[in-house]
Design a protein around this ligand. Structure first.
Ligand code: ARG
Length: 459
């Protein structure tokens, strides 16, 4: 058995069971690129500070580049007995270039190294997710543009509420996604500080230059407190919180589309290319991608809860428990990207069934609130107008008709204020036309919102 990099004080090697249980290479090899990036910056700094020679620096950097090539060509042999990504790469570098490699870990611990890698990895992951968010926003806005004038029932309590323009509703999701991206940007700004040079926890007496490595790696500055630097995991908690909120938004979108695709609603038809069938029921066509978006949100939330639970009992500074922080983050990122991509794909492959929606609109007295506003314009206090319209609705229920089917006489029996212009307020088309407040469902207001997003997303 090879002697461990940390093997000096040990007389026995670890048992196979312990080795298998404590390794992290099976998952943290995901960090290889950022580990190599961090090591190259570290080696350059060590040379600049006179801690290693410039020829050793060059050999180290060349060796690391070669290792990266081997990894990317799938020719690198990851070894469980070398425990994690950091020691795999360092040991392979030693095999490759000999003595100079042994100087690389000067003024560095795996504790600050792993966090440098992980922050860099998360920074890139955030950038990837933000692109996927934008892509879904584009898909939703395009869907809105294709259905500019389409009126659909708006719901509260999943009961018919008021008529709304479909773009208004789709843009509500676009707004949520914008805040999701904003949360990721905030998280990125807050995590972009460099732990390198914190070493095990206390820093070092060697003349390092932490500002130099921080700069080289694109961080804002080195972290101020070395103990905080190796202990902190709130950057991942924040990251996974942001992902969880996005996941919840996507899950709600998924639920809505699953409902709309049902025979009961029938508002949308997903194309065959985004549907799946049943192994027993020949007639079935299911909106599985959006069901799984709803389902996979559970994983993303679970990943956050795993990390919160992992961290809650830990004293300062580094504890080995923290090795468990990687997989939930990798899983969360992979899952949220998949959810965003498939939602965009689905959005590009659904059609709205104008006919079914048209048939659904007359039910539920969607224009009742517009009618109450009409009476306010005629001078009634809102509470009175609410009561008056309530009685008009009750009359419709008993006659099984819509508000616009009531005669002026019938309305005037309920309240004298009704006039013949009332019919300009009734029916969903008229009702939608009456909305004018900022952010409302009125055509002009929705057109403003659409313009805003078309410009912002450069469509
Ligand atoms: N694989 C470890 C992790 O992911 C790296 C840091 C290990 N440090 C240590 N002192 N054992 O947390």
């Amino acid at each position: 058995k090879e002697v461990k990099l940390w093997g000096g004080r040990f007389e026995e090697s670890v048992t196979d069971i312990v080795e298998k249980f404590t390794e992290s290479i099976s998952f943290d090899k995901e960090l290889y690129k950022h580990d190599i990036m961090g090591s190259k910056a570290h080696a350059s700094m060590l040379a600049h500070q006179g801690l290693i020679s410039s020829s050793d620096r060059d050999k180290i950097i060349q060796g690391l580049d070669n290792i990266q090539e081997l990894i990317e060509a799938d020719k690198f042999k990851w070894r469980t007995d070398r425990e994690d990504v950091h020691m795999n790469i360092e040991a392979a570098l030693t095999d490759m270039i000999g003595e100079p490699a042994k100087k690389l870990h000067t003024a560095r611990s795996r504790n600050d190294q792993v966090l440098t890698d992980f922050r860099l990895w998360c920074r890139d992951a955030i950038d990837r997710i933000v692109v996927c968010i934008k892509y879904l926003q584009v898909a939703l806005v395009s869907l809105a543009l294709k259905n500019r004038e389409l009126i659909v029932p708006g719901y509260t309590h999943l009961q018919r509420a008021q008529p709304v323009l479909l773009p208004h509703l789709l843009l509500a999701y676009v707004e949520q996604l914008e805040r999701d991206a904003g949360r990721l940007h905030d998280c990125r700004d807050r995590l972009n500080f460099c732990p390198l040079g914190a070493c095990a926890l206390a820093g070092t007496g060697l003349p390092v230059n932490r500002f130099m490595t921080s700069d080289a790696l694109g961080f804002t500055s080195p972290m101020r407190n070395s103990i905080d630097a190796v202990s902190d995991r709130d950057f991942v908690l924040e990251f996974l919180s942001a992902n969880s909120i996005t996941a919840v938004h996507l899950s709600r979108l998924g639920e809505e589309w699953v409902l709309w695709a049902s025979e009961e609603f029938g508002f949308i038809t997903p194309s065959d290319s985004v549907s799946t069938g049943s192994s027993i029921m020949p007639q079935k066509k299911n909106p599985d991608p959006m069901e799984l978006v709803r389902g996979k949100s559970a994983r993303v939330i679970g990943d956050l809860v795993t990390l919160l639970t992992l961290c809650k009992g830990l004293p300062l500074a580094y504890n080995r428990d923290l090795q468990e922080d990687k997989e939930p983050v990798f899983d969360s990122v992979k899952t949220i990207i998949g959810m965003l991509e498939v939602s965009a794909e689905f959005a590009q492959n659904i059609t709205f069934n104008q006919h079914r929606i048209q048939k659904a609109l007359p039910a539920g007295h969607l224009d009742a609130t517009t009618l109450a506003d009409y009476l306010v314009k005629k001078g009634l206090p809102f509470r009175t107008s609410h009561d008056v319209v309530g009685r008009a609705v009750a009359l419709c229920v008993s006659k099984n008709c819509q508000l616009q089917d009531l005669s002026l006489d019938e309305m005037q029996i309920i309240n004298k204020v009704f006039d013949k212009d009332v019919y300009e307020y009734l029916g969903v088309e008229n009702s939608v036309k009456k909305f004018s407040s900022y952010g409302s469902t009125g055509s002009a207001c929705v057109a403003d919102q659409l313009d805003y997003w078309v410009t912002k997303l450069e469509l």
